[in-house]
Design a binder for this molecule. Structure first.
Ligand SMILES: Cc1cc2nc3c(=O)[nH]c(=O)nc-3n(C[C@H](O)[C@H](O)[C@H](O)COP(=O)(O)OP(=O)(O)OC[C@H]3O[C@@H](n4cnc5c(N)ncnc54)[C@H](O)[C@@H]3O)c2cc1C
Length: 561
């Protein structure tokens, strides 16, 4: 089925096995209704049913079936019986000859036929259009336009479904979620697509074939994300599109460097998962992380930066004067200057069954993606930092109760004041200090958690629909560990932190000290959360990313071409 704007017009489907009749009726229908409806044709009941299933999977509504009664393998009435199971609101009209009158009359009862027309229908202005126009007006009056985007069908408490939803939302792709456990339409669509429960999640696209249990790379390919660089060489390659990497891309590209930004998951980084950033300069009423990353990607792209996503850097090497980055697919790209802005990701909770239930009730971050599913449920968060505070406030809009489990004695120890006061005043949020998760339980999904009191070691078990974990972070630097120096926690050393008793790092061959954001390898820089002793904030990551470009210019001014 061709993809075009007309693909979303409601459909009128004409079905007839006689080619001349089918051409004539299609011509008449297109002439009269082509502006508002898409007129499709099929030459048998079987091929028409295939088409009807395809339309349903792409969420294209059918307004009217105009079907010949006398077809060899499947009669018109037999076709309509099956078609109305798929489009129960469509209007049904049968094309008949004199001899079919009886069948047509009984079809009025059998399939709630709206009308039958005698062939030939000449002139159509008298014999065809008045009837059809009336039926179409009737159909329009109760027609609710369908959702036009991507639909994801799956189980709420499935790790793979969560991965698909998270990937789409972090890449700011709108989608409709249909839970097979709740939504009848979901089961219906599953059946139509010849899939079963074991093949979920299923992703339906309005403009092409569906994807069964897709990987992020398959999804990215379908939604048109760019995964391969346009050039073999760039002036500046930035790895990581969190606030630091995005800021560097804006400054690099706007200052004339050919700039490539490589992102392993979705632009925005940790900030992209934040429901509301309230302390970023210039946004007095806050802004969501999604909003910030959307604006930043648009800004960087406007200046000509290329953004690859999802594409991970897996290795780096240096061969003067070039720096090389290896991507997940094994390809290598070169540059003169490289910025590592790979940030950090949540530390995992090491208690029994957490790994097995991750994505099925246990989540790292992901408050925005899963919030709607928490409607009316009792849920828990773990951690006492700003990320946990923001998540608790956001989730409390949906959940019946949010219990925050803190290892420490109070929120004030590690959370910003403005969040502490909102949480303390909130009637649905309960804070349990000196509490840790000792175990999570559930067969297919999370059902309950065991909470231990850190002072008394007493434990108690509570039913839990979801557990959102925010317990600090570790840096994404293993991929670069063979080349640049790191501290014992894996954060990248830069500038003065590389100097030992006034001596430059081993292997440093330039007659100057490393710049403030430069690593142990000249021309390779680090910015944002990934950097040793950096301030872990959006504004500081943005500041470092922008500043790094100044050092890149200084470095490049002395590198031989
Ligand atoms: C939920 C939440 C709420 C927060 N709220 C606030 C707030 O209100 N105010 C505030 O100031 N700070 C907040 N922070 C902290 C802030 O988001 C971070 O300090 C900031 O995002 C750090 O930016 P970054 O660019 O250094 O790294 P990150 O944001 O961590 O981005 C790094 C990016 O690099 C990518 N990456 C990692 N490895 C690779 C690889 N090998 N190849 C390619 N890409 C890779 C990651 O996918 C990621 O997108 C919050 C953090 C969280 C988690």
């Amino acid at each position: 089925m061709a993809t075009s704007r007309s693909a979303k017009k409601p459909v009128i489907l004409a079905v007839d096995d006689e080619p001349t009749v089918l051409s004539a009726v299609t011509r008449d229908l297109r002439g009269e209704y082509g502006q508002r409806y898409r007129v499709l044709r099929a030459d048998s009941g079987e091929s028409a049913l295939d088409l009807v299933r395809e339309l349903k999977l792409r969420n294209v509504p059918v307004a009217l079936f105009l079907v010949d009664q006398r077809m060899p393998l499947m009669s018109g009435v037999a076709f309509l019986e099956r078609a109305i199971e798929i489009f129960p609101d469509a209007k049904l009209v049968l094309l008949t000859a004199y001899a079919d009158t009886e069948a047509a009359i009984s079809a009025i009862n059998e399939v709630a036929l709206n009308h039958y027309l005698m062939k030939p229908w000449e002139p159509p202005e008298e014999q065809l259009y008045p009837v059809l126009t009336d039926l179409l007006d009737d159909w329009q009056a109760s027609f609710a336009p369908p959702f036009e985007g991507i639909r994801v069908i799956g189980h709420q408490l499935s790790a793979h479904s969560h991965q698909v939803k998270d990937f789409l939302s972090r890449n700011l792709i709108p989608y409709q979620w249909l839970d097979v456990g709740i939504d009848e339409e979901a089961s219906h669509l599953l059946e139509l697509s010849d899939s079963d429960d074991s093949q979920l999640p299923l992703v339906l696209f309005p403009d092409g074939p569906s994807l069964v249990q897709p990987t992020n790379v398959q999804l990215a390919g379908r939604i048109g994300l760019r995964m391969h660089p346009g050039l073999p060489y760039y002036g500046l390659i930035i790895v990581g599109a969190g606030p630091a990497g995005l800021a560097a891309a804006v400054y690099g590209a706007s200052e004339g460097l050919s700039t490539l930004l490589v992102e392993g998951e979705a632009p925005g980084g940790q900030a992209g998962t934040s429901s509301r950033i309230e302390n970023y300069l210039g946004f007095p009423s806050g802004l969501s992380g999604g909003d910030l990353s959307r604006r930043a990607v648009a800004q960087a792209s406007r200046f000509g930066a290329e953004v690859l996503t999802p594409q991970e850097a897996t290795d780096i090497r240096a061969q003067d004067p070039y720096r090389f980055v290896t991507l997940t697919d094994g390809s290598e790209i070169s540059c003169h200057a490289l910025l590592i802005a790979t940030g950090v990701s949540y530390r995992t909770l090491k208690v029994p069954s957490v790994e097995r239930l991750t994505g099925a009730g246990v989540y790292y971050g992901a408050a925005i993606t899963e919030a709607l599913a928490c409607q009316g449920k009792n849920i828990f968060t773990v951690g006492g930092g700003n990320a946990a505070g923001q998540a608790a406030l956001y989730l409390s809009r949906y959940a019946r109760s949010v219990t925050m489990l803190l290892r420490s004695g109070s929120l004030a120890k590690s959370m910003s004041n403005y969040l502490v006061s909102q949480i303390e005043a909130h009637e649905k949020i309960f804070v349990r200090p000196r509490s840790i998760v000792a175990e999570v339980k559930g067969d297919a999904n999370l059902e309950e958690i065991t909470i231990a009191d850190t002072t008394t070691s007493d434990t108690r078990t509570a039913p839990a629909f979801a557990l959102f974990i925010f317990i600090g972070a570790s840096p994404h630097t293993d991929w670069a560990a063979d080349l640049v120096r790191r501290d014992p926690q894996g954060f990248i050393l830069t500038g003065r932190s590389l100097m030992r008793s006034g001596r430059r790092p081993n292997g440093w061959h330039l007659d100057r000290d490393p710049f403030f954001l430069e690593t142990s390898v000249p021309g390779i820089f680090a910015a944002g959360d990934v950097r040793h002793r950096s301030v872990k904030r959006v504004a500081s990551a943005v500041g470092e990313g922008s500043m790094a470009v100044q050092f890149v210019h200084q470095y490049l001014s002395r590198v031989p071409e």
